[in-house]
Ligand binder design. Structure first.
Ligand code: TTP
Length: 195
């Protein structure tokens, strides 16, 4: 049987890089376009899975293709901290995270033309109490732009994380262990013949 084509349904360069950790290069990259507005009162886990599924559902999948989509959501209690609109909102998010634990949820959805496999990975992250210079230097760096919760653990904000329980790669954007399992379940040969 010939190997299916692997389609990365994500515009995130980090997800492509994390796939590379599994020795995989997507045959095609097709960033999905979905409305990421949370529903009123929607809980973070429900939201994250819904968006990841919406991304996968928005893709056209040929019979010889396997598609991989994901969504990463930062949750402070029941509150979803999305991508900040400006520096003031980034500051608000970072101050809310300062000195506390929060959850980072990444939902991964793999699908072929007929079936879907999904997994939610929840990681708890603790931030140190941020000083004014720490906060201001990070805000000036612009690293928070386009990042859920206004930070990226793989950048300078990694220095804010004093403790983590779960999957580091899930916080970055794609949990490699769980993604490997989903791809194997979907019949994609990660560990066997690749021809
Ligand atoms: C918490 C955290 C978020 N992020 C980023 C990853 C994502 O850009 C963003 C979550 O947004 P997503 O909507 O999951 O992904 P995306 O918009 O980058 O790409 P696509 O929808 O095409 O797959 O937050 C990090 O890079 N590191 C982190 O530690």
């Amino acid at each position: 049987m010939t190997r299916p084509k692997l389609i990365l349904g994500s515009g995130s360069p980090r997800r492509a890089e994390l796939l590379g950790q599994l020795g995989l290069v997507a045959d095609d990259v097709r960033p999905p376009d979905v409305d990421e507005t949370p529903a009123k009162g929607e809980l973070p886990l429900t939201y994250c899975r819904r968006i990841a599924e919406a991304k996968a559902a928005a893709m056209d999948v040929a019979s010889d293709e396997i598609v991989l989509c994901a969504d990463t959501t930062v949750a402070l209690g029941r509150r979803i901290l999305g991508k900040p609109e400006d520096a003031a909102q980034a500051a608000e998010f970072l101050l809310a995270l300062s000195g506390r634990r929060h959850r980072v949820i990444t939902s991964v959805v793999v699908r072929n033309a007929g079936r879907t496999w999904a997994r939610d990975v929840v990681t708890t992250v603790k931030f140190k109490r941020l000083s004014d210079p720490e906060l201001n230097t990070y805000l000036v760096s612009d690293d928070w732009r386009g990042k859920a919760g206004a930070y990226a653990i793989q950048g300078p904000a990694g220095a804010f994380v004093t403790w983590l329980q779960g999957s580091y790669t899930a916080v970055v954007g794609l949990p490699v262990a769980e993604t490997a399992n989903l791809l194997v379940a979907a019949g994609y040969p990660i560990y066997g013949e690749r021809t």
